[in-house]
Design a protein around this ligand. Structure first.
Ligand code: SFD
Ligand code: AMP
Length: 667
């Protein structure tokens, strides 16, 4: 197939801007905002230039755009070593305990800062009852930093009034960037609605010299040259066919705008990935994708099959799980809870129901016993409002679906369902890059650290949040703290390598031609057919994404195969993916929005290819409930209690895989 190139014979050449800085932060989400806040504290005094670029508007970008109703990682009165054990158990025994411990010892400082910046955090009242964030502030309750007692849902989670969580966190980051602008005289150091597409290597063949991207609002492309870069652009969604199709297409739990750009960027640079076979398949309220944590932990609700049986307590299912997956099944981690739910579903005992009425009834009874009928009823009304608030603050679609279906949680149980797979490293998943740890923790093995905390295997390229592998359960607060950890180390790296001058391998003209190729293809062929959406000379981004999701769903363990895959299925899927990668060169874009979608597809293809190749490499089913290798449907610690690391070579499209020893640091 003839390879298309862009000579700007058919589309208009964009304005090209080169931005020079010391530290480039890619992504303005939780990790990116943490990085900007911390980097400027160390950079300003040294006159170092810090730049943040975000594909959206930072106030409302990333996974926390809609807000959240809980912070899922706050250590508080608990021991950090226990946090490590909790994460290890939930992620089936293989994590980087140095990264998790390091995050656990720093995360609370970020949460206490959020409160100082204006995030309302629920507090325990003197009567032992919960006060939501606003009530606590009005009652003059102590802040967390002063020793105030948060309202815990589970051992690690605290409740917040988080509709504006992201706005609060973004404000602090933007203010910090303002101070850096003042300190360095930069004209602009915060770029919004600029989509980072690719890493351009340095002529030295070691460093990433530039990150290139384009504005999604004007015909402008950017080349950001930097001495160090921090990638915080989150995980990948819509690589697999979602359960919501047709009019529901576009509804997901993790945000549709997470396209795996971080995974693609690091892979283009040759950074090593780890545990990329992992994925997160959350149980969610059906069709609305509402999270379940607050119902299980705060409202103490039970999920049962349609006969009212708690499937996690089903002896036959449980014993079989222990027989196949060993003691890991006994921890009843997130994956195993899914596995047992699917056993019940496959036995025709579905739908699976979140018993919300029973939970609210129990709470109401307790409250009325403790507070009397009148005050009790008042408290119950407040709590029912919180049941709705939980979704209004975080997954609005679920609240509107409840309304659309006349579901009142105090009267009707709701169906829950495992979703399509998501690739991420910050929630109950651990797919991402192999990064250096802090290096100061006792018992840290040598191969866990190489100088600068959270630096990838590419010198000067740092990672934070979803894109850091082998250390899940960071959530919003942990991602922010990890951004801070990585940013401080990046500034140290820049000061230690002051002599490095980035010299990108590609010229600005070559960059412009590569980024605007889909425009050139569209303008070149659009008149060939009466409807430009259908054209034998090119493929639109929507059609290509549909093909990608079909291949992943049917061969890499999507919802249509109940997450089952095997060597033969993976190999057939990868064969079809290779053909799709060829077709991708023929993607056409009619406007900037479609251009964004075209490059998001490239990022999704690379992310899911890495995922499938890692599943092929690990010959066991380490995460039952997330995916199954039908040809190795058991956990095999003897051969596979280790990290699986890979390195992609973008120039010749080849992959290297290796096993890396896992070391338990905390008993
Ligand atoms: O209910 C580019 N999460 C929850 N965390 C909690 O602490 N509590 C909760 O209650 C949580 N819940 C929850 C959560 C997420 C979602 C979607 C829902 C419910 C519905 C998880 C956290 O949100 C998550 O762990 C962190 O936000 C991850 O942080 P980070 O920084 O890794 O990702 P991000 O915040 O999405 O930011 C990514 C940024 O990158 C930008 N970006 N910019 C330029 N170029 C590109 N190519 C880019 N690609 C992406 C994005 O715009 C964004 O700014 S519950 O489930 O438990
Ligand atoms: P979720 O709403 O599923 O994203 O989960 C939010 C938080 O609650 C995460 O920290 C989960 O690990 C935790 N969680 C969710 N469901 C349960 C459960 N059944 N038991 C214990 N923890 C849970």
């Amino acid at each position: 197939m003839e390879k298309e190139t862009c000579t700007f014979s058919y589309c208009k050449k964009p304005e090209v801007t080169e931005v020079e800085c010391d530290l480039l932060i890619m992504g303005g989400g939780m990790a990116g905002c943490g990085a900007a806040f911390e980097a400027c504290r160390w950079a300003n005094a040294k006159g170092l230039k810090v730049v943040l670029v975000d594909k959206a508007a930072t106030d409302r970008s990333g996974a926390v755009a809609m807000g959240l109703s809980a912070i899922n990682t706050y250590v508080g009165e608990n021991k950090v070593a226990d946090y490590v054990k909790y994460v290890r158990n939930d992620l089936m025994g293989i994590i980087r305990e140095d990264l998790v411990f390091d995050l656990g010892r720093h995360v609370d400082d970020s949460v206490q800062s959020f409160e100082e910046w204006g995030l309302p955090i629920w507090k325990k009242g003197d009567d032992g009852f919960s006060m939501d964030g606003h009530q606590a502030i009005a009652a003059g309750k102590k802040s967390l930093k002063e020793g105030g007692t948060p309202v815990r849902t589970g051992k690690w989670q605290i409740m917040i009034n988080g509709e504006s969580y992201k706005v609060v966190v973004a404000e602090a980051a933007k203010k910090a960037l303002e101070t850096n602008k003042a300190a360095t005289g930069m004209a602009q150091n915060h770029f919004e609605r600029v989509f980072i597409v690719k890493a351009v290597m340095d002529t030295n063949g070691k460093n990433v010299a530039a990150a290139i991207g384009f504005s999604t609002r004007e015909n402008k492309i950017y080349s950001f040259k930097a001495k160090a870069m921090l990638c915080a652009t989150a995980g990948a969604v819509n690589c697999f066919r979602p359960r919501s199709v047709g009019e529901g297409l576009g509804r997901t739990w993790y945000p549709v705008f997470c396209a795996g750009s971080g995974y693609a960027f690091g892979m283009q640079a040759g950074a090593e990935l780890t545990l990329m076979e992992n994925r997160f398949v959350p149980a969610r309220f059906k069709d609305g994708y509402g999270p379940v944590g607050a119902w299980f932990l705060f409202f103490k609700a039970k999920a049962t099959d349609s006969y009212g049986e708690d499937y996690c307590a089903n002896k036959e299912y449980f014993d079989d799980a222990v027989a196949r997956y060993g003691d890991y099944a006994k921890n009843l981690g997130t994956a195993i809870r899914n596995h047992l739910m699917m056993r019940a579903m496959r036995d025709g005992k579905g739908p699976i129901l979140m018993q919300t009425p029973a939970a609210l009834e129990t709470i109401s009874k307790n409250m009325k016993e403790k507070l009397g009928e009148k005050e009790g009823a008042k408290q119950v009304k407040h709590l029912e409002a919180e049941a709705w608030e939980d979704f209004l603050d975080m997954a609005i679609g679920q609240a509107s679906l409840w309304a659309a279906r006349n579901i009142e949680p105090d009267k009707v149980a709701s169906e829950i369902m495992p979703t399509e797979p998501y690739l991420l490293g910050s929630h109950a998943g651990c797919a991402g890059f192999w990064v250096s740890g802090p290096g100061d923790l006792p018992g840290t093995p040598e191969h866990y650290t190489w100088g600068y905390n959270r630096m990838s295997t590419v010198p000067g390229l740092f990672m934070a949040g979803d894109v850091v592998g082998a250390s899940g359960h960071k959530f919003s607060s942990g991602s922010h703290a990890e951004g801070r950890i990585a940013a401080k180390a990046a500034i140290a790296y820049i000061l230690d390598n002051a002599g490095y001058k980035p010299s990108p391998k590609l010229s600005l003209d070559e960059i412009a031609a590569e980024l605007y190729l889909p425009f050139e293809i569209y303008e070149k062929y659009k008149v060939y057919t009466t409807d430009p959406v259908i054209n034998p000379n090119y493929i639109g981004p929507k059609a290509l994404q549909a093909r990608l999701m079909k291949i992943s769903d049917e061969y890499f363990g999507g919802v249509s195969t109940w997450y089952m895959t095997s060597k033969t299925m993976l190999e057939e899927g990868l064969r079809q993916l290779d053909m799709l990668k060829e077709d991708a060169n023929k993607m056409a874009a009619k406007d900037l929005h479609e251009l964004l979608r075209c490059f998001e597809n490239y990022h999704r293809i690379l992310s899911v290819e890495a995922h499938a190749r890692h599943i092929l490499f690990r010959e066991e089913s380490r995460y039952p409930g997330y995916y199954y290798r039908g040809d190795y449907n058991k956990i095999d610690d003897a051969n596979w209690k280790c990290f699986t690391n890979s390195k992609y070579n973008a120039e010749n499209n080849t992959w290297e895989f290796k096993k890396v020893p896992y070391v338990q640091m905390y008993p």
